[in-house]
Design a protein around this ligand. Structure first.
Ligand code: AMP
Length: 300
């Protein structure tokens, strides 16, 4: 078990789902990723919150094997994001983004975290993602996540970041947007040419594709009868993936495929509750049950 350094947003999310509003639930890319990764290996979290961030939330993270030595508590309010989902949960619109303390966030990596062998650069400005890399020693594996906003406004920086990471994780729309290629195989090739050894393209309920070397691996998502809230599923997927890699400390291509299965198992739990609630309540037994279902669905 090796520690995973995770940097990203820590948020309160107001979620509109099926005509109901869920105000200020715990969210943020780093929160979802940390809870997911900590199912498999200890996490070192770096992020910022405001004075309104409740002790119960810090306790919840600490109790789950998340080291908060890199959590900055700044003057002001915690980052707040508000989104509304379509009836069938297939799309969402952002109603509001209050950056609050996140506006001036400059990640400071504590000395004790700088040798972390596994690093996840959650969805934040690629300039900040590169500042994290500038502060750490040579890790064994760096995964970066991103979103359409950064593809729009930090295109060149994102491409520069790609040259410094091992795996880029993004969804199908983002892969097309970043490369101007419609075909995902061609898009993945163009992304790998920027530097990452692996490119993982998420396709929501249609699963995920992993491109490495000459190989393509296609993993279906678990067919679920209950989907409540897709928020954070992508962050959870990436957190579970890197958490498993850190636990197994094996970067072979077959183990990377296994890591995708572990990420998907956690993402399938995440979407069953509002915000992080289901991910938080998931026991080791629940995770193993999902992995068993995957075993039956695929032959990993
Ligand atoms: P996902 O559903 O995987 O896109 O992740 C949703 C999470 O991303 C929510 O918990 C939000 O708090 C967080 N989020 C939304 N917008 C941003 C942003 N501009 N930067 C960082 N995190 C964000």
């Amino acid at each position: 078990m090796r520690p995973i350094l995770i940097v990203g947003s820590i948020a309160f999310d107001t979620l509109h789902l099926g005509g109901k509003c869920h105000p200020k639930v715990l969210g943020g890319s780093a929160t979802y990723a940390s809870i997911a990764a900590a199912h498999f290996s200890p996490v070192q979290l770096v992020g910022v919150v405001g004075h309104d961030f409740p002790d119960a939330a810090t306790k919840l993270l600490r109790d789950r094997n998340v080291d908060l030595a890199g959590l900055e508590i700044a003057h002001g309010e915690t980052f707040h994001w508000e989104g509304r989902y379509s009836e069938d949960l297939s799309s969402r619109e952002t109603l509001r983004t209050d950056l609050n303390v996140f506006a001036d966030f400059k990640p400071k990596i504590p000395k004790a975290f700088r040798a972390a062998p596994f690093v996840m650069l959650g969805n934040i400005d690629p300039v900040l993602q590169m500042e994290v890399l500038d502060q750490i020693e040579k890790p064994a594996f760096v995964l970066a996540d991103t979103m359409n906003l950064w593809i729009d406004i930090r295109h060149a920086e994102l491409k520069k970041l790609c040259a410094r990471i091992d795996m880029l994780v993004l969804n199908d729309e983002e892969a097309r947007q970043l490369t101007d290629e419609q075909n995902l195989v061609v898009a993945a090739k163009a992304l790998r040419a920027l530097g990452p050894k692996q490119v993982c393209i998420k396709k929501g309920e249609h699963g995920a594709l992993l491109f490495q070397g000459e190989e393509v691996f296609a993993l279906p998502a678990l067919p679920l009868s209950k989907v409540v809230d897709p928020t954070g599923a992508g962050d959870t997927f990436a957190g579970g993936l890197i958490g498993f890699l850190a636990r197994s400390n094996d970067l072979s291509s077959s183990n990377l495929r296994r890591a995708l299965v572990h990420g998907s198992a956690l993402a399938s739990l995440c979407v069953e509750g509002v915000g992080t609630e289901r991910l938080i309540s998931a026991s080791t037994g629940d995770v193993h049950a999902r992995l068993e279902t995957f075993r039956q669905l695929t032959s990993f």
